[in-house]
Ligand binder design. Structure first.
Ligand SMILES: [Zn+2]
Ligand SMILES: [Zn+2]
Length: 368
C-alpha cells in the first residue's frame, strides 16, 4: 500500500481530495484548505487575462437560490458550440445515476467519475438496477458514451514490481472494464503506473501485460492511458513512454491517451504561450499519433513548468493561464472528445462557472 499510486496521488492533486471517501466535501473545506496557496501561489496575470477572466465570470448568472440556478444551467446547457464536449469529474455518491444529474446541473456535456471507492481493493458488485438507471439518465440527457470517461482507482499500479500489488492491480483493471461494459460505457482512463524500485522498461512491460490481460477478459472497452507529471517513479510523463506502452499492447483499437494539461505542463510541455497548444499537439502527433488521443483533462497548474508536481489549479488561475485554454477549446484537432475539469473548483468559481468560461471562449480568436 505504501508504494501504491494512491500514496503519491492523494497527497498531490488537491482535486482528488474532493472525491475520496464520502464524495464531495464542502466548499468551506476547500476555501480553508486553499486560501493560503491562493494568496501566494498565483501567477501574475497580464492585464488582458485579468480583464477577460473578470468579464467572463461576471457574464455568468448569479441566481439567488438553488432552483433558479438549476434552471439557468439547464437552459445554458442547450446552447453549445458544435463538437465541443466540456464537463467535469463528478461524484457518484448517492447512486451512480446522480453523476449524470450533477453533470447536467453544472452545464456539462461530458463527465468523468470513479466507479467505486478509492480506499478498497474489493468493491461490492455493481447494482444492476442502478446501472440501468444510469444508462437511462445518460440517454435522457443526451450523453454519448464516448463523452463519459470513468477514472481508475488510485490504488492500482499495473507497473508494480511487487507481485501481489501487480496481480491485485491487474484484477482491478479487469473489474473496472467489466463495470464500464455493464454501464454501457466505452472508454476507461487510468494512471499507467509507477516503477518504484524497478526500471521504467520493466514497468512499461508490466503495464502493457496488464492491459493485454484485461482486453482478453473483457468486451471492447478502450483503455485510456493518462499522461503524468513525472513525479517520483511514475511512468507516462513523457509522450515517448506512452508510445512505448501502446507499442506493446496487442489490440491497438482498444488503447488510447488522455492528455492532462496540468500533468503535461508539470512534465515540461509548455502549453502556456500563444501557439503552445498547437506545438504540443504537433509533438504528440509526431511521437504517439493524434488518432490515439481520446480525451483531455482540463486543469491549470499550481506548479511551474517542469516542476513534476501534480497540483491542479482552477482554469486561468495557475501557471498555465487562460491563453492555453482558449486555444484548446478552439482547436479543431480536439473536436468531439471529452474535455474534463479536475480543478479545485473554489466557491464563486466552481465547475459550473469554469464550464461556462470555457464555452464562452469557443469561437474567440487568440490574441497575440
Ligand atoms: Zn488522473
Ligand atoms: Zn487528470
Amino acid at each position: 500500500m505504501g508504494e501504491t499510486l494512491a500514496a503519491i496521488c492523494l497527497g498531490a492533486c488537491s482535486w482528488q481530495g474532493r472525491v475520496v471517501g464520502q464524495g464531495l466535501r464542502s466548499p468551506a473545506h476547500f476555501l480553508r484548505k486553499n486560501m493560503a496557496s491562493r494568496r501566494k501561489g498565483q501567477k501574475k496575470k497580464t492585464t488582458e487575462e485579468i480583464t477577460e477572466t473578470k468579464e467572463l465570470q461576471h457574464s455568468g448568472a448569479e441566481p439567488s437560490d438553488g432552483s433558479s440556478r438549476d434552471e439557468e444551467m439547464s437552459r445554458k446547457r442547450k446552447i453549445k458550440p458544435k463538437k465541443k464536449y466540456i464537463g467535469a469529474h463528478v461524484s457518484m455518491s448517492g447512486g451512480i445515476w446522480k453523476a449524470v444529474e450533477s453533470s447536467v446541473a453544472m452545464g456539462g456535456h461530458a463527465f468523468a467519475l470513479f466507479l467505486g471507492s478509492q480506499r478498497s481493493w474489493t468493491r461490492p458488485a455493481l447494482d444492476t438496477a442502478a446501472a440501468v438507471k444510469f444508462q437511462e439518465a445518460c440517454a435522457q440527457h443526451g450523453f454519448d458514451p464516448m463523452h463519459i470517461l470513468p477514472h481508475g482507482s488510485y490504488l492500482m499500479n499495473c507497473g508494480s514490481p511487487k507481485e501481489d500489488v501487480f496481480s491485485k492491480s491487474q484484477a482491478m483493471l479487469v473489474d473496472e472494464l467489466s463495470r464500464c461494459s455493464a454501464l454501457g460505457l466505452s472508454q476507461f482512463n487510468f494512471h499507467p503506473g509507477a516503477s518504484i524500485d524497478s526500471t521504467p522498461e520493466n514497468c512499461m512491460e508490466k503495464i502493457a501485460q496488464a492491459i493485454n490481460h484485461a482486453h482478453q477478459q473483457t468486451p471492447a472497452v478502450i483503455t485510456v492511458l493518462e499522461n503524468m507529471s513525472g513525479q517520483g517513479s511514475t511512468i507516462g510523463g513523457q509522450f515517448s513512454e506512452l508510445k512505448s506502452i501502446i507499442d506493446r499492447v496487442r489490440d491497438k483499437t482498444r488503447v488510447g491517451v488522455c492528455l492532462d494539461t496540468c500533468h503535461a505542463f508539470a512534465a515540461g510541455y509548455d502549453i502556456s504561450p500563444p501557439g503552445g497548444v498547437k506545438n504540443i499537439l504537433d509533438e504528440f502527433d509526431r511521437v504517439v499519433g493524434l488518432h490515439y488521443l481520446r480525451a483531455i483533462h482540463l486543469n491549470d497548474s499550481k506548479g511551474k513548468l517542469g516542476c513534476h508536481l501534480d497540483r491542479h489549479e482552477d482554469i486561468g488561475r495557475g501557471q498555465i493561464g487562460i491563453t492555453a485554454f482558449r486555444e484548446i477549446v478552439n482547436e479543431p484537432r480536439l473536436d468531439n472528445i471529452p474535455m474534463i475539469l479536475e480543478t479545485p473548483g473554489r466557491p464563486g468559481f466552481e465547475y459550473a462557472e469554469q464550464i461556462e468560461l470555457l464555452y464562452s471562449l469557443c469561437g474567440k480568436k487568440a490574441k497575440n
